[in-house]
Design a protein around this ligand. Structure first.
Ligand SMILES: [Zn+2]
Length: 231
């Protein structure tokens, strides 16, 4: 699940790294970039202050639509697009557009525009998908320690994948004491009520998964749980 305090940071990390291979999009000599972008990236790497460096790396990454990271060709996932993948840069596959909508992350794949005249009539097709926190976690886990450092995150203390909730710490009762209502009845703290909602929806989700419920329904249950966790 997404953590409401980290979702914006997670979004920007997702925009710096390639969706498929998790490498930083910009590269010093990448073919997928203009010379200007490559220079921008080279310049950015020289900046010592992590925050300033990150801003400059973002400048170098934001205009690209193709991955240029690293030397190893990465797995070309075809599930998201059946268009032929254009060979550019090292990995060569496209970088989708990623946005945050409330507590949802949405990924938009744009089919590459063809230069041929005969293709003029066909508009680029957009494919939107809800991006599950699980999928984001996979991308973040694959980010190498070197790239983490470039992004200003010390992998010893702040791995990007730690920003996705896999377990939820529950505060002990003294943090959320029940309150006396009048003389006889007690009422639970708001936190206790909310934690009860979370565990209930978590159990529901687990049960649906066990029963082999269709994916789109699982997504709805997951979003309900996400809502309660954010609350
Ligand atoms: Zn890649």
């Amino acid at each position: 699940m997404f953590h409401i305090g980290f979702i914006k940071t997670v979004l920007s990390i997702m925009r710096y790294v390639h969706f498929i291979c998790s490498k930083i999009l910009a590269d010093e000599v990448s073919l997928g970039f203009t010379q200007e972008d490559n220079n921008k990236f080279k310049q950015a790497l020289k900046i010592r202050n992590p925050k300033n460096r990150l801003r400059r790396i973002y400048d170098a990454c934001k205009s690209t639509k193709f991955c240029g990271g690293g030397d190893d060709p990465c797995i070309q996932e075809q599930q998201d697009t059946d268009e032929p993948v254009k060979k550019r840069g090292c990995c060569g596959s496209m970088q989708p557009n990623i946005i945050v909508d409330g507590m949802k992350m949405v990924v938009e794949f744009k089919a590459p525009k063809e230069n041929d005249d005969k293709e003029k009539s066909s508009e680029p097709v957009e494919r939107k998908q809800i991006l599950s926190a699980e999928r984001v976690l996979e991308v973040l886990k694959r980010i190498g320690d070197e790239d983490c450092l470039l992004l200003g995150l010390n992998p010893k203390f702040a791995r990007p994948d730690w920003m996705i909730l896999q377990v939820l710490p529950i505060p002990p009762p003294p943090v959320r004491p029940s309150v006396m209502m009048g003389t006889s009845s007690r009422s639970e703290d708001d936190l206790t009520h909310q934690l009860a909602m979370i565990t209930r929806h978590n159990k529901n989700l687990r049960r649906q998964e066990r029963n082999g419920t269709p994916a789109h329904i699982i997504t709805e249950f997951a979003q309900l749980l996400q809502f309660h966790i954010a609350t």
